[in-house]
Design a protein around this ligand. Structure first.
Ligand code: UTP
Length: 293
């Protein structure tokens, strides 16, 4: 029997340096894809997977995220007065059903993803939990996290979202040493963060979705730094291989790296082309641009 996943951690403490100057005073996670901030897509994906308790690990300059998931009395009154009910619903749909389902804690220094996750330890407690990186936006028929929770119910242990990347890109990711693959699950035999291209054990990369057992916190507590001088989640996960079942989920969906300018533009185009209210205009505009060469 696996323990049910109820909690999800959103580490949003990073500096977003690849997206400067946009991220100087605005959190990267509030960048909109069409008309919704990245963090809202992430929260909606977590809710689709049945996760009820949301924990945000924030940092300096991230207050806009808290405001986004709160009431804005003035805005709501104005929209109601003007009879703009559809906009009112879309502007408030992201809020938790019950007060107290969202918790915030602060990572006082951006020391890396592993450190950000460790900052959530008291809020998560002694139960398995999910982690979602909002800048990895995944578009597919079923949310990536839902696919992972379904897999977790079968195999338990630790799970990561995994996808194949070009060999020359392996130095940007956590890369796994794969064991046997069965359906959409690949056994994880080893993990290395940002290896040199020639040292990468495979081309299967870790993408920003995780299901982790609470024992991860004791490995993160050592505060050891790894690649880039940061406290790496990958290194702590690697130490758990062999102690708990460990699988990569070869998810069904397309992943956009929205922490990167080109990935972010691609996501905007893909999501706009999927929107009935604007797809024709966008497609016509793209055709015009292509004709102009
Ligand atoms: P990134 O590797 O994209 O780092 O973090 P970053 O600082 O956000 O962006 P760049 O590379 O400088 O452009 C991956 C995820 O981990 C979170 C980020 O917010 C992002 O969701 N993170 C990273 C933290 O919460 N704290 C950190 O110290 C580092």
């Amino acid at each position: 029997m696996t323990r049910k996943i109820r909690k999800v951690v959103f580490p949003v403490g990073g500096m977003g340096t690849r997206f400067l100057p946009a991220t100087k005073a605005m959190p990267k996670e509030m960048l909109p894809v069409v008309d919704k901030p990245l963090i809202q897509y992430a929260v909606e994906e977590a809710r689709e997977a049945g996760l009820e308790h949301l924990v945000f690990v924030t940092g300096r300059g991230k207050q806009a995220i808290e405001d986004h998931f709160d009431h804005s009395g003035e805005l709501e009154r104005l929209l109601a007065q003007k009879g703009k009910d559809d906009i009112l619903i879309s502007a408030t749909s992201m809020m938790a059903e019950k007060p107290g389902q969202i918790a915030y804690t602060r990572q006082q220094e951006p020391k890396g993803l592993g450190h950000a996750v460790w900052c959530a330890r008291n809020m998560v407690g002694n139960e398995p939990f999910a982690v979602v990186l909002a800048d990895d936006l995944i578009k597919g028929p079923t949310g990536c996290l839902k696919q992972m929770v379904d897999a977790y119910e079968k195999v338990g242990g630790n799970l990561i979202a995994a996808m194949d990347v070009p060999r020359e890109h392996t130095s940007r990711y956590g890369i796994l040493s794969p064991g046997a693959t069965r359906d959409n699950l690949v056994e994880v035999r080893g993990l290395v963060e940002k290896p040199k291209v020639e040292d990468a054990p495979s081309t299967q990369a870790v993408i920003g979705r995780y299901i982790l057992q609470p024992e991860i916190f004791s490995y993160l507590a050592n505060q050891e730094t790894g690649a880039g001088g940061e406290i790496q989640l990958t290194d702590a996960m690697a130490r758990m291989i062999g102690e708990v079942p460990f699988h990569g989920v070869l998810f069904d969906g397309h992943r956009y790296d929205c922490g990167d300018k080109f990935g972010f533009l691609q996501a905007n185009i893909a999501y706009a082309l999927d929107r009935p209210d604007m797809q024709d205009d966008v497609q016509n505009y793209l055709n015009d641009l292509a004709r102009q060469g």
